[in-house]
Design a protein around this ligand. Sequence first.
Ligand code: FES
Ligand SMILES: [Fe+2]
Length: 393
Amino acid sequence: MSKAQLVEMARKDLEHGRNGTQNQADSICKVPVENYFDHDRWQDEMAKIFHRMPLLLATTAELKEVGDYKAMEAAGIQVLITRTQSGEIKAFVNMCSHRGARLMNDGCGTAHRFTCPYHAWTFSPAGDLVAIYSADDFGEIDKQDYGLTELPSLEKAGLIWVTLDPKSTLDINLFLSGYDSLLAEFGFDTWHYEKTQRVEGPNWKIAYDGYLDYYHLPILHRETFGADIGNKANYYSWGPHTHIGRPDTSYEEFENLPDEEWPTTKMVAGVWTIFPHISIASFAGGGRSVMISQLFPGDTPETSYTNQIFLMQQAPDTEALKRDAAQQFKFLEYVVQEEDYATGIALQKNLNIGARDHVLFGKNEGGGQRFHQWVDTLLETPDEDLPKLFQTG
Ligand code: FES
Ligand SMILES: [Fe+2]
């Protein structure tokens, strides 16, 4: 089913390639400049998007075995993700139930017990409070009431989503809108986690606009990706999530083959964005790999940071492959920091001086248009109406 959808998109990419066209939006869209810097709006985005929508916080490859964990901060919330005895994933606020200390320092590791650094209360990977230090001195409490605070989570397609609101009732499957079955075509559940590197960026939406944009590729990235890279994109959407293909005549050789024989690796090679903050792009240095760009707002509307998480289909097992992979990751850090985000940081300084009241997204920038529409819609949608949004999305 998902392979058939990949082939359907590839056939459209082929057709656009032959015609020299791309799938355009109906009209040019204006986005008010305040959307990028207004403080109240930014706080609303934090509350109604980052603290309410499921976020892709980890990959299966980062915590493969029972007892593996990942601790991290996401949009100001400290999170602990664990793989429990039964092999399933759980997510918690990374907060001790005694007086609120952070249980685990940020990073990945293996631990069958989590012991609080403050007074040594101890929790299991399933979140149960299993031991109280000097329990007789402390006094009686019902341990069952003092497990870790669980967050909704879902592991699918080798990727792990967590909703930062412990009370959220939004079904993560519903939010994914079927997109996960396409992402599953990568087979990430067996991939190798290689490394994560961090890049500092501008307002999170300025940064994210760039991931949805092929228009700039041969211009801004002419020195790195080259001036011959195409500037046309085809956008395909599932709910708020968008896959970006491109007009591509190289599919011609598969045209008369049955769907099963079309090349999955080639067909998944475009960009896969996952609302509101992820972009997955494929590379080949050191072996087949993807860069999962995981974007978070910083402490102010003007800042963001991006974790570039690198997964490889196979662990690089020779010095040459390791060197090639390392070079690839360094190159991508340079492209994003020195080209995309340097441009975004300078662009941002122009937006709030009153020179212009809007920016434009052309008919060829439909992915960005759709992203901003989803942000606007979510800011206006009360919790109880969210499921409807995704059913119809
Ligand atoms: S705050 Fe964790 S044991 Fe006291
Ligand atoms: Fe770029």
